[in-house]
Design a protein around this ligand. Sequence first.
Ligand SMILES: CC(=O)SCCNC(=O)CCNC(=O)[C@H](O)C(C)(C)COP(=O)(O)OP(=O)(O)OC[C@H]1O[C@@H](n2cnc3c(N)ncnc32)[C@H](O)[C@@H]1OP(=O)(O)O
Length: 506
Amino acid sequence: MSTAHIMKPAIRRLAVLTRNFSTSGAVLRPRPTQASAAISASIRTPRHASNPQMAFPCLDKREQKSQALLNEGPEPAYSKIGRESVHIYKSEEPIFLDYGGFLPGFQIAYESWGILNADASNAILIHTGLSASSHAKSNSLNQKSGWWEEFIGPGKYLDTDRYFVVCTNVIGGCYGSTGPSSVDPADGDRYATRFPILSVNDMVRAQHRLISQHFGVKKLYASIGASMGGMQSLAYAQEFTDEVEKVISISGCAKSHPYSIAMRHCQRQVLMSDPNWNRGFYYDSLPPHTGMKLSREIATITYRSGPEWETRFGTERADPSKQPALCPDFLIETYLDHQGEKFCLEYDANSLLYISKAMDLFNLSKTNRDKAEETRLGSEARFTGESTRDIKFSSSECALPNEPYTEKPRRRVVSFEEEKDDLRQGLEKFAHKDVLVIGVESDILFPVWQQREISQFLKESAKKLGISNGDNIRHVELGEDISMYGHDTFLLSLDYIGQPVRDFLG
Ligand SMILES: CC(=O)SCCNC(=O)CCNC(=O)[C@H](O)C(C)(C)COP(=O)(O)OP(=O)(O)OC[C@H]1O[C@@H](n2cnc3c(N)ncnc32)[C@H](O)[C@@H]1OP(=O)(O)O
């Protein structure tokens, strides 16, 4: 029996391999075989690859952009927001935040349309989505079209002949309100990632100071918002129940769900992986424009819908006469690329991270709100010297558990039903209010079950508490036959959103 039969397979493969090599000293050299001789003959000097190297215009463009920013100075669009184009409200009082941090003072950028009446009873507060500024509509300070230009104005859905309409930039943002790009008065440097974790309820508590202290409005006629604005609108009603008459939440939710958190997680991770992000300290250097661009591309996937893109782009390539490329090639790719490019210097990366996180943390359940209140009161007491108890939040707590995750039935402190009831109890506080909830079937980020949940819990609470039979809660759902614009429907199908809003406002 030859030794080959008793050799283990791996060793046998090695033996075959070495048979084709001649040894000279310690170096293995290939013995010319018929095939290798043919290949050698076909290769001339200088050598050529079998196929040409791909071109990467998308990467070239990014590198050129970095270079241009380095040459011309990093001056992203948001840093050029003229203070003269917005009004600024300053609060010198500290604000204590839901997760234990605080701001020693803050400012809010706002714009307004229409006239506040004598008894201050006609104010409507617009809450913005994640990255919007206070510029919802053009005005004398800023003639540029706003993001809800056709929604607001004389005779429009938010009728400025009747209402005094205010829109703010949220705290945490970068369009004039205090955010991570602002200077920390404690040391004169920018907050960057020394900015505290924010919640959506913190944002509305800051807005409330503007509304009550600056405008002297004791009760808003209405609070309205879409997306994160829809979250804020509900949060405002929860925090200041007696100070709002009507509540409108469009494409919002009462609590974030894991899919939406997952999508925002990916956006944040991509952004934070850009070395220029530099753990948030990039203000005097190159901004993380690549991370921002890619993050916006992911976000855009969640803002629109597959059916819309099917009709709009299908699987068409931008230029079918060219070879397929690894850089954007399909129309949907060039579209996403364009959206990312347009946005990457429009908004501050740190603001995006903090506000996106606030959306993840959004939860109007009773337990969550009670806990947040306790944390805030604890920080305040410590700040004023009434308590020496440590603030619960410390940066060392921002770590994952030491034990690796093992899949197991979800550890529930409370049952699914109890969890839902907790959320219902959180909403109960304003179940007696007039509330309009609007959802859009094609929305994948805030799916319609989330708006149904808001309406259902409010109605159940209203009935349970004997307040009403639930008629004060209006629910409108736009089917795919009406809008395929997904989450962005509130920006694109104005008439379908606007009509129920107008009817509800009365
Ligand atoms: C999560 C929250 O809290 S808030 C919700 C977040 N939503 C947003 O932030 C909104 C983001 N979307 C936008 O800003 C959109 O531009 C809107 C909604 C304002 C307008 O939408 P639309 O009118 O449908 O514009 P669309 O999205 O198609 O963009 C048009 C642009 O894309 C370009 N474009 C369209 N198709 C392609 C393509 N295949 N390839 C390259 N570019 C394209 C157009 O030329 C146009 O360019 P321009 O803006 O430089 O003029």
